[in-house]
Write a protein of this length. Sequence first.
Length: 486
Amino acid sequence: MKKAAIIGAGIGGLSSAIRLAVKGYRVDVYESNKSYGGKMKEMSMKGFRFDMGPSLLTMPEKLDELFYLANKNPRDYFSYSKLSEGCRYFYEDGTVINGYTDSKKFAHEVNKKTGVSEKLIIKHINKNLFLFDSTSFLFLEKSLHKIKTYFSFRVFIAFLKLPFLQIFESMNTVNKRRFNNEKIIKIFNRFATYNGSNPFKAPAILNSISALEFNKGAYYPDKGMFSIASALFKLCKDLGVIFHFKTTIEKISVENNIANGVFVNKEIKFFDVIICNQDIYFVYKKLLPQRYVLKSFLTQERSSSALIFYWGINKGFENLNLHNIFFSNNYNEEFKNISENNQIYKDPTVYINITSKMTRKDAPNNCENWFVMINTPNDKGQDWESLIAKARNNIIKKINRVLKINIEDYITCEELLTPQLIESTTQSFRGSLYGSSSNSRASAFFRHPNFSNRISNLYFCGGSVHPGGGIPLALSSSKIVDELIS
Ligand code: FAD
């Protein structure tokens, strides 16, 4: 029986383990932490449960696919429902726009609240869907680094469409040309943050991300986001995958340009295939012999990071939904601070996720579990203590202005996740959420491939390699690895 080692039990690692086990491999997963999930983890505090990492599920069919592959019914492992409202948008002038996932309903809502024509909104959403449908096959489902990818008719057609797919303008330039309304521009620019980009720099092709919410749908797993990691872990166990928690891989053994094992506690374990779910930066920095290090991947710009406060709130807020955004008054300044000055803007856009709206038992009666997040620069050695203190203050002031309350009166307990903690707990370089940055036009082509050009039997999955960060893309990365191994 062939043997596979997987380094890391994040979503990319778990899904790769399932695919290799289905292929008939004996699979060993090594994970530094005491449990699975990587960035997708949960925490309990004084009767409140919090999903600490990802909060929005899109493309759940990519998860279901893993269960079908193993001849299992995904609904025996976890279930999810489609949201009728993706996000609720709040502005400081009191305007609230419900981000219905039904595009016609959303267009009507926008028209009612801002006067922007329904036709314009529908046209924009349809164009973004065209972008998504024209490019997802090439950019999300195939290795961009294998010549045979380019000999497919579908890929040929996708390439023919590229000049019409707005890769030469920024998202903001296109959205500004289409809408003469700051509120709507902000809503559509915000989709850049779904992969940690800056809408004022990122190519307009990333407008396609909005299709996930308005056309493909936004979803919520009935027992919260962590139930996704638990379902994948259970499937792994059912398939006989062996887990080694609290076990860090120290080195990958390479002989004659072939990866043949991993070092655990200074001892070598031999494998036929090795798949790294660890951030590619640290794979090169720590795991591979110096002669194989590709310097370009050590110097690549990283995506943004985040600062998250987990608050137990002893009050119910009827005007809030599962996903809520309180927009900055100056989005441009906010992103300039994040991606150019490496600072946090004084009026940040605040995202509040409240899973107790959906999973009642996530908070005690008449209480809510608030996950309050702002985008931040990745960790470049800033004075985080001072930045966090200021940011907390500014977040509270913003919430108070928008909701016309004093939120501090209702915070009963608090925990915090910072860029530094994201790096130390998941070994993600600089605490970036989505690997390398997608702010440049060609960034998709510069992400690390899912295989090594110089070392056989070595593969890479997860958010730091092709096709990028986020749950659906991490799942795609392991599917590509699966195909490459075949
Ligand atoms: P990771 O989660 O990065 O896990 C890698 C694992 O490898 C870690 O557990 C680490 O301990 C382990 N490891 C590393 N090195 C070693 C070693 N040498 N030996 C053993 N183990 C090792 N995505 C979305 O789709 N929607 C969202 O709403 C969303 N929001 C997010 C919010 C936050 C706050 C964060 C942090 C992320 C968010 N993301 C979101 C991104 C998403 O969580 C990740 O892209 C996704 O979970 C994929 O993770 P991964 O496979 O790259 O593995």
